[in-house]
Design a protein around this ligand. Structure first.
Ligand code: NAD
Ligand code: UDP
Length: 335
């Protein structure tokens, strides 16, 4: 790549599921990538493939604390636990990451005149009263519920991005990401795809919450990364939905996972968590029109790749191989 096309790009949350795939994509395009992560839910092993690349740097830091000054052209703000199990472990930590983290990232972006993209979420629509969800829907969110730390944290982060654009001229982009899945999801983070696949591979009961009629629309991670990169390159400063509009009930998902794994697992019904959205499907007309983006990988194609990833992670005894995180010797600090 000609050196004037090479950018220095900060990815907060780069060691996470989506962040590590984004690192793959940006490094292979020839950019310099800095991953900043406190390994709350991310894994050092997700960076193994990046460490030998001279264009890659890793910084172990918390975005809720003031960030080290660094020269960057673009920032993707992905740092935040994404699964309900993890973000509900410490609601205060989740809110600090979303609120203080957004301020710190925006301050860095303004000081560096860097373009900054916020990984927002379909959770800003809460348990939506319109279907599918368009970007102009204001949402149906409970500020006092189990999901509030994440939903309201992400909503406030969007408001902070908007405020920094208005008052400080920040060059912002906002992606409202819908359920995304693929290799490198954590096996134990409680999200439905990883739960069902790991349970099916272990011949354990599939845990269906409620009656399983609630819906989600699942986007394969490569499609999402493509959408994020297109949004960053665009001039669209208002929120854009990124997700796959094909909608499935959780019963349908369980059936597909059983079929593709050849599992003989039974299904066990557990209580539906409170404030669990009943239906979710993105309207992606805006992304199609303004970014020329549409997902290309259906669940029937992405799920086998995800199953293969989890199958590889299983030992013959059916246990997941322990992460070698603790033995990981490599860590760079900020310059
Ligand atoms: P993930 O939990 O795998 O990754 C999040 C990363 O952020 C981890 O590496 C974690 O260690 C890091 N992190 C968390 N708090 C931090 C802090 N205070 N300072 C520094 N690093 C911190 O989650 P993911 O699925 O890769 O999600 C990435 C982003 O996309 C998140 O912001 C999430 O809210 C958003 N998102 C994801 C989905 C999805 O389905 N995966 C859907 C909607 C939105
Ligand atoms: N779910 C389920 N069994 C599980 C995990 C989740 O039935 O083992 C359901 C959950 O109640 C929700 C849907 O699957 O309706 C998606 O859950 P996930 O945590 O993946 O994402 P989110 O609710 O944040 O969209």
């Amino acid at each position: 790549m000609p050196s004037n096309d090479q950018k220095t790009i900060l990815i907060t949350g780069g060691a996470g599921f989506v962040g590590s795939h984004l690192c793959d994509r940006l490094l292979s395009a020839g950019h310099r990538v800095i991953s900043l992560d406190n390994f709350h839910t991310g894994r050092r092993t997700n960076h193994h493939r990046h460490l030998s690349n001279p264009n890659f740097r890793l910084i172990d830091a918390d975005i809720a604390a003031p960030l080290p000054e660094m020269a960057v052209d673009e920032i993707y703000n992905l740092a935040c636990p994404a699964s309900p199990v993890h973000y509900q472990e410490s609601p205060i930590t989740t809110l600090r990451t979303n609120l203080l983290g957004a301020v710190n990232v925006l301050e860095l972006a303004v000081s560096q005149r860097a373009r900054v993209l916020q990984a927002s979420t379909s959770e800003v629509y809460g348990d939506p009263l319109i279907h599918p969800q368009t970007e102009d829907y204001f949402g149906n969110v409970n500020s006092f519920g189990e999901r509030a730390c994440y939903d309201e944290g992400k909503r406030a982060a969007e408001a902070l991005f908007h405020a920094y654009e208005q008052e400080r001229g920040a060059d912002i982009r906002i992606a409202r990401i819908f359920n995304t899945y693929g290799p490198r999801m954590q096996h134990d983070d409680g999200r439905v795809v990883s739960n069902f696949v790991v349970q099916a591979l272990r011949q354990q009961p599939i845990t269906l919450y409620g009656d399983g009629s609630q819906t989600r629309s699942f986007c394969f991670v490569d499609d999402l990364v493509d959408g994020l990169v297109r949004l960053m390159a665009s001039d669209v400063k208002t929120p854009v939905n990124l997700g796959n509009p094909n909608e499935f009930t959780m019963i349908e998902l369980a059936g597909l996972v059983m079929e593709l794994t050849g599992s003989r697992s039974s299904v066990t019904h557990l209580p539906l968590p409170s404030d669990d959205p009943k239906r979710r499907r993105p309207d992606i007309a805006k992304a199609e029109r303004l970014l020329g983006w549409t997902p290309t990988i259906p669940l029937a194609a992405g799920l086998p790749l995800t199953i293969a990833f989890f199958r590889d992670a299983l030992t013959a005894g059916g246990e997941l191989v322990p992460s070698p995180d603790d033995a990981f010797p490599y860590q760079m600090s900020a310059e």
